[in-house]
Design a protein around this ligand. Structure first.
Ligand SMILES: *[C@@H]1O[C@H](CO)[C@@H](O)[C@H](O)[C@H]1NC(C)=O
Ligand SMILES: *[C@@H]1O[C@H](CO)[C@@H](O)[C@H](O)[C@H]1NC(C)=O
Ligand SMILES: *[C@@H]1O[C@H](CO)[C@@H](O)[C@H](O)[C@H]1NC(C)=O
Length: 347
């Protein structure tokens, strides 16, 4: 009952609806083959959007502020990440998650603005879920869909030649890569799971039979999942090494795309550690918390990575929720999210 009082009724009913959608997704996943699951995933993205008032709110904001963009003025967001990030709104999620996953929990010590108190997997999951459902931080006035991702074409962040794009996780779907190439960008696509050799795709577009990781490894053994069904050996490189090998050491990556099925967390950690993150202007990705991947024992650390990314200046301008399962033992949550780097310093 406390949950109803603290979370707005809208949020609460939204959670129920998302939960029902998630149950359907799980049932579908159990009864269908892989391909139809993938199709359903694409479709469910569209359906879930109807239940997210924020998507509508974003659209309205876009219309409202389009006049400002016509004056050519750069829209600044009020929040400077260096001045701290306000997470107070997450309290309602923490209470909801405690109620769902840890009824014995004592709440008095939990402070969404004090990372030290986020010390259990479900607290970390609640904080991340709250952020994924909170309003966008950067109100982009010109959101453009490229393939299945959104980029921001506000003058401050505009992507135009001579732009450089790195895209990880293809699975034979090149719509994003080809759209960026058609924009005139130099595009590098990477996916070691397809069994396709490195080749030139077009004049300014190359496919690489290499994956991104937190360390260089010539014989990485990926975990088996719906995309990797037999044991394989992949060539993996850090982004820092790839940029060096491709002669982009001094370059800026205009758009970095990650769709790497749960491996993104350690990669983001590595981008921050190696400081490569500072050279990225827009960052679009799928972020996954699927059942036990990454393991729940890592969630507190994942939350810290998530927070660091925000503190480095990455503010979301669009977010599309996928399925969410808020059931003990089956917890899962996944989104497609686009960030601009508001602390980016042109060289
Ligand atoms: C290839 O991309 C580079 C970097 O964006 C750009 O300078 C160059 O004009 C492009 N070349 C072609 C043939 O599109
Ligand atoms: C690549 O560029 C060359 C020279 O500019 C041009 O003749 C050729 O048609 C281009 N190929 C593709 C696939 O765009
Ligand atoms: C490379 O990958 C293999 C298999 O996944 C792993 O056992 C090994 O520890 C990795 N090496 C490095 C240097 O990360």
């Amino acid at each position: 009952m406390m949950v109803r009082a603290l979370c707005s009724s809208k949020t609460f009913s939204l959670m129920i609806v998302v939960f029902l959608v998630a149950v359907i997704v799980v049932l579908m996943a159990l009864s269908q083959n892989e391909q139809s699951v993938r199709n359903f995933k694409d479709q469910s993205t569209k359906n879930v959007q109807y239940f997210i008032p924020q998507v509508e709110a974003d659209k309205r904001n876009r219309d409202k502020s389009s006049q400002e963009s016509m004056t050519g003025q750069v829209q600044q967001h009020a929040l400077n990440p260096k001045d701290g990030i306000d997470n107070s709104g997450a309290l309602c999620y923490l209470i909801y998650y405690a109620d769902s996953f840890d009824k014995t929990s004592e709440f008095s010590g939990v402070d969404p603005n004090n990372p030290d108190t986020i010390d259990k997997w479900w607290k970390a999951a609640a904080m991340i879920d709250w952020y994924w459902n909170s309003p966008v931080e950067y109100k982009c006035t010109d959101i453009v869909a490229v393939g299945n991702y959104d980029i921001c074409q506000d003058s401050r962040f505009i992507i135009k030649p001579s732009c450089l794009v790195y895209s990880f996780g293809i699975d034979f779907r090149y719509s994003f890569d080809d759209a960026m190439s058609n924009l005139g960008c130099e595009v590098h696509s990477f996916d070691p799971s397809m069994g396709v050799e490195t080749h030139k795709r077009a004049n300014n577009s190359t496919f690489h039979n290499i994956g991104i990781s937190h360390s260089n490894n010539d014989s990485f053994a990926p975990r088996l999942d719906k995309f990797v069904k037999t044991p394989q050996e992949w060539k993996m490189r850090t982004l820092q090494t790839l940029m060096k090998e491709l002669g982009h050491e001094e370059k800026v990556i205009d758009v970095l795309k990650l769709d790497i099925e749960g491996y993104e967390w350690t990669v983001i950690d590595n981008l921050i550690e190696t400081n490569v993150i500072k050279n990225i202007r827009q960052f679009v990705m799928e972020i996954h918390l699927v059942h036990e991947w990454p393991p729940k024992a890592d969630y507190v650390h994942l939350y810290q990575i998530h927070t660091k990314l925000r503190e480095m200046g990455f503010q979301k301008f669009t977010i599309k929720p996928y399925s969410k399962v808020l059931v003990e033992g089956y917890y899962a949550n996944q989104v497609e999210i686009s960030f601009v780097n508001v602390l980016f310093q042109p060289r």
